[in-house]
Design a protein around this ligand. Structure first.
Ligand code: XLF
Length: 326
C-alpha cells in the first residue's frame, strides 16, 4: 500500500508539505500541489482516514442509522439525507437495524468508535444510550430527551388529516390499521385520528394493529384474516408499505378500491404512484425533514445554540386514486 513517504520520495517534497496538501490545512504552492497530485494519481495513494481524523480532530463523516431498508420511507429518507449531507461536505456510514434495539446499540457504539462527527438515527429505541452519547445526535421521529434533538413530521396532525380526508369523501365505517405500539409516530397518528373522529357523531371507528413494520417474512393473512371487510367503507393504514400490502389483500378478496373501500396511507413515499390504484396518503415532507435534520446536526457539530429540542414538520393530504373524488 502506497504511503506518504513514497510521495515524498517521488516529489522530493517534505512530508509536512504533503500532509498540508492532503489535509487541506495550510499553504502549498501551485507547483508543489500539482506535483503531489500527479504522484498521488500515479501510485493510487489513499489517505489513512484514521490518521486524518486524529490530525484534523474531525472525520466529516456522519453515522446514519435507519430501522429498515425495505420500507420505502426510510430508503427514501436515507437517500435524501445522504444527498443533503454530501452537499455540506459530509459523507455517511449507513447502518440498518431492522428495528432491533440491540443492533441499534451496536451501531451507535461502532459509530463512536469510528469517530463520526454526528449521528442521525431514525425511529430509535435506545433512549438512555443516545442521551449520553458523546457526539451530537439527532433523532428523526422519536423523543429521546437530553441533548438529542427530535425532528419529526407532525404525526398527530397527520392522523387528524387522515380521518378528515376519509370522512370528507364519504366514509362512515372506518378501520384504522395501527402501527406497532412501540412506534411513537404511529401512536400519535392513532391519537390524532381518534381525536378527529370524536368530533363526528355519524361515524363508526375500529382499530387493529400490525405488530411490526413490514419485513420480507410479513404475513398479511395473520393480521387481516380475522377482519370482515364488508363492515368498512374506509381504511386508514399507518404507513404506505402497510397500505400497499392491505390493498393487495383487499383486492384479492374481491373488493374494489375505492368503490367498495377507500384507502389512505401515510408517508407519501414513491410507492404511492406505483400502485394501482395510486395511493392517497398523508405526506411526511422528506425534503423538509431531511434539511432540518442536516442543518440542526451541523449546527450542533459547530457548537451553536439549538433553540428547539423538537421540530415538527407539517404533514399534508395527498389525494390520488384510492379515495373517491369529492
Ligand atoms: O415509524 C413510522 C411508521 O412507519 C414511520 O414514519 C413510517 O411511517 C415509515 O413508513
Amino acid at each position: 500500500m502506497a504511503t506518504m513517504k513514497d510521495i515524498s520520495k517521488m516529489t522530493g517534497l517534505s512530508s509536512g508539505t504533503i500532509s498540508r496538501y492532503i489535509n487541506n490545512s495550510g499553504y502549498v504552492s501551485r507547483e508543489s500541489a500539482d506535483k503531489i497530485q500527479r504522484a498521488i494519481d500515479e501510485i493510487n495513494y489513499i489517505p489513512n482516514e484514521h490518521a486524518r481524523v486524529l490530525y484534523n480532530k474531525s472525520s466529516n463523516v456522519i453515522g446514519l442509522i435507519v430501522p429498515s431498508l425495505v420500507n420505502p420511507f426510510f430508503a427514501q429518507m436515507a437517500t435524501v439525507l445522504e444527498k443533503n449531507l454530501n452537499e455540506k461536505g459530509y459523507s455517511i456510514i449507513l447502518y440498518n437495524t431492522n428495528d432491533n434495539s440491540k443492533e441499534e446499540a451496536k451501531a451507535v457504539n461502532m459509530l463512536r468508535g469510528f469517530r463520526v462527527d454526528g449521528i442521525l438515527v431514525g425511529r430509535p429505541q435506545n433512549r438512555d444510550l443516545l442521551k449520553k452519547v458523546d457526539v451530537p445526535a439527532v433523532s428523526f421521529e422519536t423523543e429521546i430527551g437530553g441533548d438529542v434533538v427530535n425532528i419529526t413530521a407532525d404525526n398527530f396532525l397527520g392522523g387528524m388529516q387522515a380521518f378528515n380526508a376519509l370522512y370528507d369523501v364519504g366514509c362512515r365505517k372506518i378501520l384504522h390499521i395501527k402501527g406497532p405500539d412501540i412506534f411513537e409516530a404511529t401512536e400519535l397518528r392513532y391519537k390524532g385520528f381518534k381525536e378527529a373522529s370524536n368530533k363526528k357523531e355519524d361515524v363508526l371507528i375500529e382499530t387493529i394493529s400490525f405488530s411490526n413494520d413490514f419485513d420480507t417474512e410479513f404475513s398479511v393473512e395473520s393480521v387481516l384474516g380475522s377482519v370482515d371487510l364488508n363492515d368498512y367503507d374506509g381504511i386508514f393504514v399507518f404507513n404506505d408499505i402497510a397500505a400497499a400490502i392491505s390493498m393487495s389483500y383487499i383486492t384479492k378478496k374481491g373488493f374494489k378500491i375505492p368503490d367498495d373501500i377507500q384507502v389512505m396511507g401515510f408517508d407519501n413515499s414513491y410507492l404511492c404512484e406505483l400502485l394501482s390504484p395510486k395511493l392517497s396518503t398523508i405526506e411526511q415532507p422528506f425534503d423538509e425533514i431531511s434539511k432540518e435534520c442536516v442543518d440542526t446536526l451541523i449546527s450542533m457539530i459547530k457548537n451553536e445554540k439549538i433553540e428547539e429540542k423538537t421540530i415538527r414538520v407539517k404533514t399534508n393530504v395527498v389525494l390520488r386514486e384510492s379515495t373517491k373524488k369529492l
